[in-house]
Design a protein around this ligand. Sequence first.
Ligand code: AMP
Length: 299
Amino acid sequence: MKIVETFATTRGLAAGIVGLVPTMGYLHEGHLSLVTRARRRVDTVVVSLFVNPLQFGPGEDLERYPRDIERDAALAADAGADVLFAPGVDEMYPEPPVTRVTVDPLGEGLCGRTRPGHFTGVATVVAKLFAGIGPDAAWFGRKDAQQLAIVRRLAADLSFPVTVHGGPIVRAADGLALSSRNLYLSGEERRAALALSRGLMEAADAVAGGETDGPRLEAMVRAVAGEESRVDLEYAELTDAASVTRLHRVDRPSFLAVAARVGRTRLIDNVHFDPRPGGGYEPDRGVRLVGRGMLQGGA
Ligand code: AMP
């Protein structure tokens, strides 16, 4: 695997069908599951690693975001990446960008309410990666469900010839959705954070049993999160998976999304609901790690 810092070198190494997995680094099995998926489908797998200042707000964790390129390089190579594109800020933004990509109204709800400008930062850097690398396909995690909807829409609206794929949420064995930010959690906070996935799994059970009422599903998540004093819930919302608008009933592809602060750490999680062929809705609970590096459920 080659480690490169410029768009031009990345393009030079991109042979055949090219797949891109954009990340902010500090890779875990969630990222690596996307690399594995890309590896099965394309000739050249490019993993990008860039902690994008444009998507962090004032007072957020840009400076303390974990960084370890040697560790990331070893993990990406192991998972089958061909190129690790790790640009500096000067390569990504030779000048502060005055051209920005805004995907309103998909970026206004959910996390957009407390992170103004965040999704414009995400959409702008993704558009730059698509334009600068020219991948045929790109893989994003359903962990960031709002982001995935935004990326799909930006690719369609701006006519990027990129097929956008979503991958299931990878969870630790106890249910916690993997995130580079989990590193910030103390032992007590990590235990408390499990209330989020527990609440979502309860709601998933209810949907599997035929429940479709949005407010009742949201209330289940709120009740479980409310049992943990360390969990400060920001939202629990049933959301249309394409338009990212509030839904009152599970009657189309949708997700139940949560965001919460646990101590100083902001966490998000969700469960997707897709129509079943025979009627009803299938919850996608993600996949759980069963041991170090072993994925269960076909990630
Ligand atoms: P990040 O480095 O957090 O920006 O994430 C890079 C990509 O990995 C995004 O498409 C995320 O949605 C995806 N991702 C992060 N965590 C997970 C996870 N636990 N399961 C699946 N995908 C994930």
